[in-house]
Design a binder for this molecule. Sequence first.
Ligand SMILES: [Fe+2]
Length: 260
Amino acid sequence: MSTLPISIDRSDSEAEFSATTRSLMTLREQLIIDRPVNSCIRSDSVALFEFFELYAHFVYDFGGYVGALFASLSDLEAKKRIYDNLLEEMGFISSQEVRWELHHGELYRRFLESLRRTQAYRNAIDACRAHELDAQSRDISRRFYEGHQHILRAGNDAVTLAAFSSIEGWVSREYALWRELLAHAGEEMRFLDMRTIDLHCECDIEHCRVLDEILARFVASGDTNASIHAVNAGLLRGVQLSIGLFDDIGPALRPTERAS
Ligand SMILES: [Fe+2]
């Protein structure tokens, strides 16, 4: 695995995070938004539709990953926060009755179903291609979560949570990009079930903020240098895995979509 140089900024000890940690927190969002695959989907709506298919199993498997993350944590305060996150993934919303259709994987599936009913999608992707994309999506998700499972198994809470925050760090901007692109992909897109996109544009900003609070507590307690290093290492590994996810999706797009 290639690594970027890490230099801990000891002169910035008054701040919640070192300058290096703050840089990694910026990169966890920017490096994903700048991936070449996002340029493809900006310029080609068929690439966008294929992207949504290839991204699907990452979403379907996310709840299982958050459950495993919850189980792996030793720190009780962090565990409590991840519990809230896990419940939300499963479709629990406070003061509302639990409904399967609010499960985040199900919400995404319903979005995809509504997209598949549009003429633009049906003109571009037939059943055979959809089947191919589904198989590729499973592999893409498996490769991504294998990396995160490896981090979980090492059992360092600070590394694990920092790596998790690298996902929450880009979701809201990525989904906001999709919302903008779909708004310009034709009249019929107004019939899409956009709940998954609207929800993630909002709630993952809060998830990321909560995770950063937990990370700040890790940095402030115990051996600060070791904690800073663990948080930075987790961020870096998480960013690498997220880059891998998006760079894995790019080559799976149909060649004409990839060429732009
Ligand atoms: Fe979610």
